[in-house]
Design a protein around this ligand. Structure first.
Ligand SMILES: *[C@@H]1O[C@H](CO)[C@@H](O)[C@H](O)[C@H]1NC(C)=O
Ligand SMILES: *[C@@H]1O[C@H](CO)[C@@H](O)[C@H](O)[C@H]1NC(C)=O
Ligand SMILES: *[C@@H]1O[C@H](CO)[C@@H](O)[C@H](O)[C@H]1NC(C)=O
Ligand SMILES: *[C@@H]1O[C@H](CO)[C@@H](O)[C@H](O)[C@H]1NC(C)=O
Ligand SMILES: *[C@@H]1O[C@H](CO)[C@@H](O)[C@H](O)[C@H]1NC(C)=O
Length: 538
């Protein structure tokens, strides 16, 4: 009764309070699990059929996500990125149904296939109760029409809140622009095509802009959103974005789908961060191809560190997402996959793992990379689940041991054709693309990165390595697998990372015992519950 009283006081006090949102710094230590709401979990765990190739709604929901937060959190993630939440085009189109959420029809309504406003709020609250963050995917550039205007489709009253064609740019398709580098066409022409046009919202119109700023502000407030992933950022004029990010008031991570660091760099000036697509485009070459080379990846990463506003800090690193073929569709060699999967965890940005990778899903390009996860029964005893658990835990240990882990740029060392080392103290990650049938063999030599004679452990296997008298390491590669070396002294005793070797004694100031004490107080005092909850909520 006290608690329910407290909850209602909480509601009264905080409904009008400013959003206590998470900014780029607060996100930097996080690890994100990206999921497709329709494909992650059904509300009651009914294992409904889902034909991935058919591009139809399969029945996943926000309630389903809420019910499976244990699965996500137990892998070490402390944030999720869910599909766009706005109401989409209904029914079949030439490209199937809008199960992915990227075909907005009505910004002011939620997508009823995913649940109700209460369900979305419950997801947000469940996340905050676990001290996890909610990242929403938002589409601001365009809406989606079932056909060309005049062809079974008319603007009048079709979209909300943009109820007639005056709110949209004149029809022309980006894909038909004679000059792909014509930025005006990129920004003002339409994505999509004759069969599924994506009418381009006129973000040059101040009334439209005001509507969008109010919309994002309210969306963030209404659902306790902690961060945004923004779709198709390069398709809106750059000077639109700072106001949009301010109105949101939370971390903004933009999708700038480009294989060019100097073009991408311009967008690091207008939103908090961008997804690290330029590195992604080199990954397949560096990590997934035994004939590939690490030098082009190293070149792109170094140039991003130099040209982005905050270097690669605040970016987000990924090796799979809903728009790209899964790694396991590109190679069957598990050692190559393990190398690639390890990379985001030693990157300067925030690691993102795309749902299903942990279960070994092998879908190719869209739509095959959007499989239902419920067929796996969310099993935890899978090799890649374990790999991700270790990397999430090791990164947290690195941050706890050395807070400068988050602000020290990674150094790419000993870059050879088939091997590379990434130093981000206290971590040293050793990568190779020789593959598991390595007749060639690789030995990593890295000079002077640790204290002399330091006892190190490969967190992926818990095997020990001792640094030489200059603090360098010489390590042979086994079966093409990556290694992630950390000092035994950086790993917490009683932790989950190689506990037999770990020697760090946990600092007294650690926060978890405090939480336990405060929860005891919660039972005693409803009012105190209100005060504490406001601190942890976000
Ligand atoms: C984020 O907020 C914290 C305080 O909560 C502040 O110290 C930090 O400077 C902010 N970071 C950014 C990038 O605004
Ligand atoms: C309009 O829709 C009908 C029924 O879906 C279809 O048969 C017809 O071809 C469409 N017309 C145009 C011009 O697309
Ligand atoms: C569109 O709607 C606005 C606001 O209701 C109105 O002022 C405008 O005349 C309409 N434009 C067209 C082309 O219908
Ligand atoms: C760029 O594209 C826009 C929109 O299609 C067009 O109006 C403009 O003439 C193009 N500019 C050049 C230099 O081709
Ligand atoms: C990215 O750009 C580089 C250099 O221009 C090129 O070699 C590479 O093929 C491109 N990759 C993709 C996927 O477009």
């Amino acid at each position: 009764m006290l608690v329910s009283l407290a909850t209602s006081i909480f509601g009264v006090i905080f409904s009008a309070a400013p959003v206590l949102a998470a900014n780029a710094t607060e996100w930097s230590s996080r690890s994100i699990y990206q999921l497709i709401t329709d494909r992650f979990a059904t509300s009651d765990d009914t294992p409904v059929p889902c034909d991935t190739g058919a591009r139809k709604y399969c029945g996943g929901s926000w309630k389903g996500v809420t019910n499976h937060l244990d699965y996500i959190q137990s892998m070490g993630f402390d944030a999720i990125w869910i599909s766009p939440v706005s109401a989409n085009l209904e029914g079949a189109t030439s490209r199937g149904e809008a199960f992915h959420g990227y075909w907005t029809k009505d910004l002011d309504s939620l997508n009823p296939h995913f649940g109700t406003a209460e369900d979305l709020r419950a997801l947000s609250e469940a996340l905050h109760g676990r001290r996890m963050y909610l990242m929403l995917d938002v589409v601001v550039n365009h809406m989606a029409a079932p056909a060309l205007p005049g062809n079974n489709f008319t603007f009048e009253g079709f979209f909300h809140p943009f109820t007639n064609e005056s709110y949209f740019h004149k029809q022309c398709f980006v894909a038909e622009s004679p000059d792909p580098s014509n930025q005006t066409a990129v920004e003002q022409c339409w994505l999509g095509d004759n069969d599924l046009p994506l009418p381009d919202i006129n973000t040059e119109d101040p009334d439209v802009v005001k509507t969008l700023l109010d919309w994002i502000h309210n969306l963030v407030q209404d659902y306790g959103v902690d961060g945004l992933r923004i779709d198709t950022v390069k398709h809106i004029r750059r000077d639109f974005w700072p106001d949009f990010a301010n109105a949101a008031g939370v971390y903004t991570l933009g999708e700038v789908l480009i294989n060019d660091t100097s073009y991408a760099a311009q967008y690091t000036e207008v939103v908090d961060a961008i997804l690290d697509y330029p590195s992604y485009f080199q990954l397949a070459n560096a990590f997934l191809n035994t004939e590939g080379r690490f030098s082009s990846l190293a070149h792109v990463m170094t140039s991003s560190q130099q040209s982005y506003k905050h270097g690669l800090f605040r970016t987000a690193s990924f090796v799979e997402n809903h728009d790209q073929p899964r790694l396991a569709s590109l190679t069957k060699d598990q050692s190559l996959i393990r190398n690639a999967m390890t990379f985001p965890f030693v990157h300067d940005g925030i690691p993102i793992v795309y749902y299903g990778q942990e279960q070994g899903y092998q879908g190719g390009a869209d739509p095959y990379n959007r499989e239902a996860l419920w067929f796996t029964a969310y099993q935890q005893d899978k090799p890649l689940v374990q790999h991700i658990k270790i990397m999430n835990a090791a990164r947290k240990e690195a941050i706890e041991f050395s807070p400068s882990f988050l602000t020290t740029p990674m150094k790419l060392l000993a870059v050879e054709d088939h091997s590379m080392a990434v130093s981000k103290p206290p971590m040293l990650a050793l990568f190779t693309n020789i593959g598991s049938e390595n007749s060639r063999g690789v030995t990593w030599h890295v000079d002077a990165v640790f204290p002399p004679n330091e006892l190190l452990v490969d967190v992926l296997t818990c095997s020990k390595v001792v640094a030489d008298q200059q603090g360098g390491v010489t390590v042979p590669c086994a079966y093409g697998m990556p290694q992630v070396l950390m000092p035994a002294a950086s790993l917490r005793q009683g932790g989950t990372v190689c506990p037999e070797v770990a020697t760090r004694v946990r600092a007294k100031s650690a926060s978890l015992p405090g939480v336990r004490v405060t929860w005891a107080v919660v039972m005693a005092s409803g009012l105190f519950f209100v005060l504490c909850k406001s601190r942890w909520m976000w």
